[in-house]
Every structure is written in structure tokens, then in C-alpha cells.
Design a protein around this ligand. Structure first.
Ligand code: GLU
Length: 263
């Protein structure tokens, strides 16, 4: 079944969660990241603008600093993010370069999106980066933000980025196959919902809490992202990032995971 019109795709935003980017140890899953980078580079080579929203800074920083559990206080979370973000960008820069791509790091907070003067600047920066052929690699500016100006999760951030960049598709790669009609960990009969046209309260109830100890998102934040994307008329897909080649299927319009679309 073809659900998206592949020829209509000019610009996609791909968000990858911490659980997809790291091993259980919290350290980077290099094989998966390299494959992700190769696929994204290939999609870019096919003529589609690519923007990557990456999590993982706090998780990777925690592991590098030997923190065994997520710190409760903001300053230690910020210290972990500062350390982890360097490691993340180092790896992206290196792998993307191997595939002939240049990356540009953009770290933003909710404040940058909400304030009109900053909002315009961000649009201009994304535009310029894409014009010069670079791949923007985005994360929340965790190491300097304070609670009130942070999104707190990259699902919501990625939907705002898709809106700001006028993308035609947002993909959230995560550690689950899509949105289920019941909790798949508790109910073996739970089934993937292939298409959603509206994010209802009932759906939010199905989604529950979840999330891993290394990242912050769960299904709820993904549904909030879907609401933002649908408001901007941008289709969104939730799919399993275990094999990043799944992106080829999504870009080709095949039915994978859960598609949120107004049509
Ligand atoms: N910005 C956070 C990080 O890079 C991740 C937020 C999330 O897990 O959605 O660690």
C-alpha cells in the first residue's frame, strides 16, 4: 500500500531517540549510527533535503562520566549533555564526512522557537544551511537551557523543527514498531495502528507513559509531536529505528509503523 506520494517529498526531518542511538551500556551504537548516516546521506543524494534531530547527549554524557543513573538536578544533567553533545557531533561529523556530507550543528530551546525575533533567525539559519548543501543536525540546547525554556523531549522539538523548516515529512525513529492499540508489553494481542487522522484523547490513553531510563520521550510526547505536525499539515511516521534502512521504505511511501496524516 502506498501511503505517501514519494515524488512530493522535498524535505524530511528525521528524529532519532537515545534508545536507538545507544547500547544498553549507554555508549553509542556505532554500527547503527553509521548505517543511519549512510541512509540519510543516500536520501540526500537522491535530491531530498535531510534534517536530523538527534537525542543522546545526556545519555552518552552520563555513560562517559560514569553516572549510573540519570541525575535529578539540572546542573548535572546539563554537565552530562555538554559532554555527550561533543561526542555525538564528533561521530556524526566523522561518519557524514565519510559519505561526502557536511553537517551543521543547531542547538535550540523552546524560547528560540517561541520568540518571534529568534524564530525568524532560526528559519534563516536552516534555510542558509540547506542552501549551501549541509545537513542540519539538531538537538535541544540542554547544557544552557533552564526548565522553563526547554522542550524537555526531542519529539516535540522535532515537530517544531519540521514546521520551521517547512518539511513535507517528519519521521520519528524509536525502539518500538509504531503506535499500538494497547500496551504491547502487557497485551500480546496489541496491534499496530497503521494510519491515524486525528490525535484523540482515547489514543493518548492507549499511549500511556513508557520511555527508557536514558531518554525522556515516550509515546505521549510522540502523540504531542503528531498534533503539532498535523496542525502544520505535515505527515508524521513513527517507526522502529533498529534498522535505519526502514527510512528507504518510508520515503518510498510504503506502509511502515504508524502514519499520521490529515488526508
Ligand atoms: N535532548 C536530550 C538529549 O540529547 C534528549 C531528549 C529526548 O530524549 O527526547 O539527551
Amino acid at each position: 500500500m502506498i501511503l505517501l506520494t514519494p515524488n512530493a517529498l522535498h524535505r524530511i526531518v528525521v528524529k532519532v531517540g537515545t534508545s536507538t542511538l545507544t547500547h544498553q551500556t549507554g555508549l553509542l551504537n556505532l554500527r547503527r549510527i553509521e548505517l543511519l548516516v549512510r541512509v540519510l546521506s543516500d536520501i540526500k543524494n537522491s535530491g531530498i533535503d535531510v534534517i536530523l534531530v538527534t537525542s543522546g547527549a545526556i545519555g552518552v554524557g552520563m555513560s562517559k562520566l560514569g553516572m549510573t543513573s540519570r541525575p535529578n538536578d539540572l546542573s548535572h544533567k546539563q554537565a552530562a549533555a555538554a559532554v555527550g553533545q561533543c561526542e555525538l557531533m564528533h561521530i556524526y561529523d566523522k561518519f557524514f564526512l565519510d559519505y561526502g556530507q557536511v553537517v551543521g550543528q543547531i542547538l535550540i530551546t523552546r524560547d528560540d522557537i517561541d520568540r518571534e525575533s529568534r524564530h525568524e533567525k532560526i528559519i534563516d539559519t536552516f534555510k542558509a544551511l540547506l542552501e549551501v548543501g549541509a545537513i542540519p543536525v539538531v538537538n535541544e540546547n540542554d547544557s544552557v537551557g533552564v526548565e522553563e525554556i526547554l522542550f524537555g523531549d526531542n519529539d516535540s522539538l522535532s515537530a517544531e523543527v519540521a514546521t520551521v523548516c517547512d518539511a513535507d515529512l517528519l519521521v520519528l525513529l524509536t525502539d518500538i514498531d509504531g503506535l499500538y492499540d494497547a500496551d504491547p508489553h502487557k497485551n500480546p494481542n496489541a496491534k499496530i495502528i497503521p494510519v491515524v487522522h486525528e490525535v484523540t484523547d482515547e489514543l493518548k490513553e492507549c499511549a500511556g507513559g513508557a520511555g527508557t531510563s536514558r531518554g525522556t520521550g515516550g509515546m505521549i510526547t510522540k502523540l504531542q509531536a503528531a498534533e503539532t505536525a498535523l496542525k502544520a499539515n505535515i505527515p508524521m511516521v513513527i517507526a522502529n529505528g533498529r534498522d535505519p534502512e526502514i527510512l528507504y521504505k518510508i520515503v518510498a511511501g510504503q506502509s511502515v509503523g504508524t502514519l499520521f496524516t490529515t488526508k
